[in-house]
Design a protein around this ligand. Structure first.
Ligand SMILES: [Fe+2]
Ligand SMILES: [Fe+2]
Length: 297
């Protein structure tokens, strides 16, 4: 993005946010709902994809960027996310939560436009997009998108930083794409708080059904990623978001898994550090990473 004063301000504002009234808040309360909804709404960065100036890359950098097998799936993931978020939004009556979900879905739509512009500018050819299906159960779709973002962002943050450090992605490109990464931080923060809040709204019998659905969502996500990894083995091409699993080789890094996990943990913390400490942080991926990390040197 360009770096005039208003852009710099907007960039700062999207990364730093405190709720208005200090003091403790109870998870699941109205105050909690206000806190996580306002966080998303107030930190929205109003950039316009159409005016993003994509940096010219030297031939080698261009080759590296265009040959990454992630663009199809990135575009499709955003397309599906946008649809799933808006399907769930239609079920929500609470005005503030609805406003925040509209914002969330709108940002997913914008990610897709940003990626479309990037792909067009660098001449990356994409497979034809599938017809995106409206989820039959909108809550299911929203949970799938929310948890997927928690998993993929966790690895994405580390890989993005690794690609920056090694120069695999030139600085100007990192800078241009950076707001999209930070938006995913806001999304997973929003999702982690929404789910904690939502759980507390449910009477026990609905809560039970909901927890079963969450288990089914995780089963689906694991199955989806195994399927993707298989697809990679058969034709040597990466078709989906398991970029996380093989990503460090893809970006030509000689990183040990332990180093990658450390980087993911550090980036995950750094990106969320500027937001109100009373908001819950997504914990599942960092906990898993720390657990795995304990068995490594
Ligand atoms: Fe997105
Ligand atoms: Fe997102």
């Amino acid at each position: 993005m360009s770096s005039d004063a208003s852009t710099v301000d907007a960039d700062y504002a999207m990364r730093h946010w405190l709720g208005e009234d200090p003091g403790q808040i109870e998870i699941g309360s109205e105050a909690h709902k206000r806190l996580f909804c306002r966080m998303l709404l107030d930190t929205h960065n109003p950039y316009k994809p159409a005016v993003i100036v994509w940096p010219k890359l030297d031939p080698e950098a261009l080759q590296r960027v265009t040959s990454l097998p992630i663009w199809d799936i990135a575009v499709q993931t955003e397309g599906r996310a946008q649809l799933r978020v808006s399907a769930y939004t239609a079920l929500v009556n609470d005005p503030l939560l609805r406003e925040a979900l509209v914002m969330d879905g709108g940002e997913e739509a914008r990610h897709k436009v940003v990626l479309g512009k990037l792909v067009e500018f660098y001449g990356i050819s994409l497979a034809p997009e599938p017809a995106y299906q409206m989820p039959k159960d909108p809550e299911w779709g929203w949970l799938v998108t929310g948890y997927s973002e928690c998993v993929d962002s966790f690895f994405g943050f580390g890989l993005f930083e690794a690609a920056r450090r090694t120069g695999y992605f030139p600085d100007e490109l990192v800078e241009t794409f950076e707001p999209v990464m930070q938006e995913e931080t806001r999304h997973i923060l929003f999702f982690a708080n929404w789910i904690a809040w939502y759980r507390r709204q449910l009477p026990w019998w609905r809560r039970l059904a909901f927890e079963l659905k969450v288990v089914r969502v995780w089963t689906f996500l694991i199955w989806e990623r195994i399927g993707i990894a298989r697809g990679l083995d058969h034709n040597g091409e990466m078709q989906d978001a398991n970029f996380a699993l093989t990503g460090s080789q893809q970006i030509g890094l000689d990183l040990k898994l332990s180093e990658l996990l450390d980087l993911c943990l550090a980036e995950d913390e750094r990106r969320a550090a500027g937001y109100d400490k009373r908001l819950l942080r997504p914990t599942f991926m960092p906990r898993m990473a720390r657990l795995v990390r304990r068995f490594m040197r």
